[in-house]
Design a protein around this ligand. Structure first.
Ligand code: NI
Length: 227
């Protein structure tokens, strides 16, 4: 399942992020690639500990906190500290690859299982040509190119790529989620149930049936969650 959330960052937050990122010390992204990814990875990333990355991470995490749909869909247990990348000029693509299953958070060393991969776009789609995130799904490839402030989350185990940017620059924030619920099938069931429950409550208020189904939702979550 692929989830798109518009306007996770406000236009002001995007402007703030871009002003810091325009001055930031970008480096080749190859240094953080695994042995398989390094062959196809050609982009730039911000060092984890640079000033811009330090300033922007809390803003991104706070923005996620404002998104009930993100919580319902991802059921996050741990969020990898957000990182930032840029595609353009000579460093303009990232060919087909799979993200590592387990990543180590840079400061804490905490292990994070990458159940979901997330990209938060920081450039508007019209600012650059190419630069689509292409995700292989069982139903076929999905091509994603969103506007600044919009987020996409997709299964961490998918083969994906960023196609070459042939004009302008594509700046984005990316991170991974370890979910409380490891299995995507269970997570998707909980998500669809939660959405239906929210609609039911909006229509009928706290009916006996809504309360009973909320109990069922939590019992399923209790059965499947690893805390
Ligand atoms: Ni990737």
């Amino acid at each position: 399942m692929l989830i798109q959330l518009p306007r996770v960052l406000s236009p002001d937050e995007v402007r703030h992020a871009r002003s810091l990122l325009d001055q930031a010390p970008w480096q080749s992204g190859r240094s953080s690639a695994g042995s398989q990814a390094v062959v196809v990875k050609n982009n730039e990333q911000l060092p984890h500990d640079c000033e811009a990355a330090r300033a922007l991470r809390p803003m991104v995490l706070a923005a996620l906190d404002r998104q009930p749909l993100f919580f319902s869909a991802a059921l996050p247990k741990r969020v990898f500290p957000p990182r930032f990348n840029r595609y353009g000029a000579e460093a303009n693509h990232y060919g087909n690859h799979v993200d590592s299953a387990v990543r180590y958070a840079p400061d804490s060393g905490q292990r994070i299982r990458t159940d979901l991969s997330c990209t938060l776009f920081l450039s508007d789609a019209r600012e650059y040509d190419g630069g689509e995130l292409v995700i292989e799904e069982p139903q076929g490839a999905r091509r994603v190119k969103l506007d600044a402030g919009d987020l996409v989350c997709y299964p961490g185990n998918s083969v994906h790529q960023v196609t070459p940017v042939t004009r302008g620059h594509r700046v984005a924030c990316f991170f991974w989620i370890e979910s409380l619920v490891r299995g995507s099938e269970q997570r998707e069931l909980l998500f669809s149930m939660d959405r239906a429950l929210t609609a039911l409550r909006t229509r009928d208020g706290e009916s006996d049936e809504a309360v009973a189904l909320t109990g069922t939702y939590h019992n399923l979550l209790r059965m499947w969650a690893e805390t």
